[in-house]
Design a protein around this ligand. Structure first.
Ligand code: SF4
Length: 375
């Protein structure tokens, strides 16, 4: 990592982006059974030096970039010692330039146990953190070796991070071995209870060379050697309950999460408890892509859609009760423009794959059944 050159950000057409990407570390110390990060990058997180990362940020700054920067680490807090060496320097760098960047990142849930680290991130203007919650089912967390999510109650951990001022984006998965029916509903109920607005939600996949992949291969349950983590992909292995049931629960839960009224109410509840940003950033004229997105949201959600009354009510309520989070609030409302369309795509593609799967299963099992009848 310490030999990595500054990326050629100058080759990017920056106006086409909502946020830039930088990376401080690779690897993660945990051992989730389905995870390919630890296969690709190892369980000993390696980092760049603070000076290296600041040089990358300086390059972005010199190229005129302002606004969102995604710290695309596998687990930003995987090496807490080094990240705590970085953050004071990052805070100084940001303060000297009037906080030109707002950071998002990915981190494991044990972040909730480290107040000092959360505070340090907030002081650097971190705004959102992706966390792999995976499932509220403790049996599944145990089975998939996601022990770090079992140390303290999930709800409390998320509320704590949220209350401090980091918006949580959750990763959810259905299809674990031994999972009881209703897993999709339990995920929706969990999102509703926490208020988490946006998620990456998918059916479990066995990615090549992960511990899960090796186990399933040994058990003869892999359907395809490859897997991907697209939200539109059917599982690539034979699960312990009917795949049709899992797929149906998944599609219904995905659609429920982004149903317009449910989404607006959830986002509103969440942003009332989200801590306001700690640093004061100077006003900057938003880029054209941002203005365009805001106009689309105002038109579709504030005029066209039947939920327009709810939209304006919640917007003014946030403005009155928690104005510091308003900008993020509108952005997250805008995300549903994507999800509303995407949930139809998820439904269509999963149903098409399911039909092909059923046909394939019938074709392979029919000769066996016929032979049995003959016997
Ligand atoms: S915490 Fe995330 S990155 Fe780390 S092993 Fe688990 S799934 Fe992989």
């Amino acid at each position: 990592m310490t030999g990595t050159p500054v990326p050629r950000y100058d080759l990017l057409e920056m106006a086409a982006y909502d946020s830039m990407s930088v990376q401080f570390s690779r690897g993660c110390p945990f051992q989730c059974e389905f995870c390919d990060i630890i296969v690709l990058y190892g369980r000993k997180p390696r980092t760049k030096t603070p000076a290296q990362l600041l040089a990358e940020l300086q390059r972005l700054y010199d190229l005129g970039w302002r606004g969102g920067v995604f710290m695309v680490d596998d687990n930003f807090i995987g090496n807490k010692r080094n990240v705590k060496l970085l953050l004071p320097e990052l805070k100084k760098w940001q303060a000297e330039r009037g906080y030109p960047f707002r950071f998002d990142t990915e981190a494991s849930l044990d972040l909730a146990d480290d107040d000092e680290l959360i505070d340090m991130m907030l002081d650097c203007n971190f705004a959102a953190v992706f966390m792999g919650i995976e499932t509220p089912d403790t049996d599944s967390l145990q089975l998939t070796k996601k022990f770090q999510n079992m140390r303290s109650p999930l709800l409390e951990a998320i509320d704590k991070v949220t209350g401090k001022g980091l918006r949580v984006i959750a990763g959810f998965i259905v299809g674990f071995d031994g999972e009881k029916p209703g897993a999709g509903d339990r995920i929706v109920a969990f999102a509703e209870a926490t208020g988490i607005p946006t998620t990456t939600f998918a059916m479990l996949q066995a990615l090549p060379h992960t511990a899960l992949w090796h186990r399933l291969e040994k058990e003869g349950r892999l359907r395809a050697a490859d897997g991907n983590i697209n939200q539109t992909t059917l599982m690539n292995f034979v699960p312990t309950r009917p795949v049709e049931d899992i797929a149906r629960e998944y599609v219904e839960a995905f659609c429920a999460l982004y149903e317009p009224v449910q989404y607006l109410n959830r986002v509103h509840r969440y942003f009332l408890k989200l801590g306001a940003p700690r640093v004061q950033t100077p006003f900057q004229w938003p880029a054209w892509v941002v203005v365009r997105a805001l106009l689309i949201v105002a038109w579709r959600q504030g005029v066209k859609r039947s939920t327009r009354g709810l939209f304006w009510h919640h917007l003014f309520d946030i403005l009155r009760r928690n104005p510091g989070v308003l900008e993020q609030y509108v952005t997250v409302c805008a995300h549903n423009e994507h999800f509303l369309e995407y949930r139809d795509i998820v439904r269509q593609q999963i149903e098409a794959q399911l039909a092909a799967y059923t046909q394939e299963t019938e074709t392979t099992t029919r000769p066996v059944a016929a032979a049995l009848v003959e016997v």
